[in-house]
Design a protein around this ligand. Structure first.
Ligand code: AVJ
Length: 324
């Protein structure tokens, strides 16, 4: 109750600082296949670009997930039950979780976790005013690292982790399994995970989704270099890189790269990194699953798939998993 009167603050702040960001960039750029972590896409401009990508006709994920949620929300909230604690890793603007909250019966508390601190504070304020009965405990963190979670005042009947948007797609297979194990531990013995999982489909559809005609995905990809220049004082020449995305069927993933358009060097903390013409920096993977592949991975992590909802073309799934 008290924190409704005082000004809003983050419950816990574990935002990765300059040192950590620099270290991760350097590790990635020293590899023979250069890479940068996709979690750093989401600065203010990156989050805005991502929101615009989600509105694109070609980017089917957000739209189909929303329609699958809408069509099945009664059943979803019945499975979840009342008086739960909801945790969301990478809540972004919280638009998706609000739809869930609007239908849940007396949720007790919500822990939104996000790496983007300004947006997190803003959504926490909004959630406070929309759901006065709900204790909102925002945590700023890179959720691929381990950190402590706040404890809600009121006890909950169970913990539900909501992980929409197929964010799981960004994890390579082994880290994905580890993340699910971590979530299973968070949930405890009668917890649940409500997760959006993108499915395998015609590679042409995937190609268009990551090579949109408005160039928003390209701008989103390139913004990572702009952010690195600004925050780490690097000198990436933005017009000397091009967005390149393709579906790799052998690995079941869309890969996004930035291709160097010429032989060049960039400087990271004084260290010269050379790139040859045509060389790539791998910036993101987006894994696509079969329903049974995902079920097997979830089982290894300690989850049982209770229910799977899909759209009529079977492009996207929303799945309800329990730790029982
Ligand atoms: C947020 C990881 C699900 O992989 O489709 C969108 C991010 N990258 N366009 C995805 C993304 C390029 C997105 N995820």
């Amino acid at each position: 109750m008290q924190d409704k009167n005082t000004d809003r603050a983050i419950s816990y702040d574990f935002k990765p600082g300059f040192e950590r960001f620099l270290a991760e960039v350097l590790i990635g750029l020293r590899k023979s296949q250069k890479e940068l972590p996709s979690k750093y896409f989401y600065d203010e401009r990156g989050s805005q670009l991502f929101e615009r990508i989600c509105e694109l006709k070609e980017y089917y994920i957000t739209r189909i997930e929303a329609s699958v949620m809408q069509a099945n929300i009664e059943e979803i909230v019945e499975l979840i039950g009342s008086q739960v604690l909801v945790i969301e890793h990478g809540c972004g603007n919280c638009e998706k979780v609000r739809f869930l909250m609007d239908h849940l019966q007396d949720p007790v508390a919500f822990i939104p976790i996000d790496i983007s601190k300004e947006q997190l504070l803003q959504v926490a304020r909004e959630l406070d005013s929309i759901y006065p009965q709900l204790q909102v405990l925002p945590v700023c963190a890179d959720y691929t690292s381990s950190f402590e979670l706040p404890i809600p005042k009121q006890e909950s009947r169970c913990t539900v982790v909501y992980f929409p948007g197929s964010t799981i797609s960004n994890f390579d297979p082994i880290p994905a399994k580890h993340f699910l194990e971590h979530v299973a531990n968070l949930c405890g013995s009668n917890g649940a995970l409500l997760i959006g999982v993108d499915l395998k489909k015609d590679p042409a559809v995937l190609h268009n989704a990551y090579n949109d005609s408005e160039g928003l995905t390209a701008a989103f990809n390139l913004n990572l270099l702009e952010r690195i220049n600004r925050e780490l004082g690097c000198d990436f020449q933005l017009d000397a890189f091009e967005h390149y995305a393709f579906y790799n069927p052998r690995e079941s993933r869309v890969e996004m790269h930035l291709i160097s358009q010429k032989d060049q060097a960039v400087h990271v903390n004084g260290e010269a990194i050379s790139l040859t013409k045509g060389e790539s920096i791998w910036t993101e993977s987006s894994y696509k699953y079969n329903i049974d592949e995902f079920e097997r991975m979830a089982a290894v992590a300690g989850f049982r798939v209770e229910r799977v909802w899909v759209d009529e073309r079977r492009w996207f799934s929303v799945q309800y998993l329990t730790t029982r």
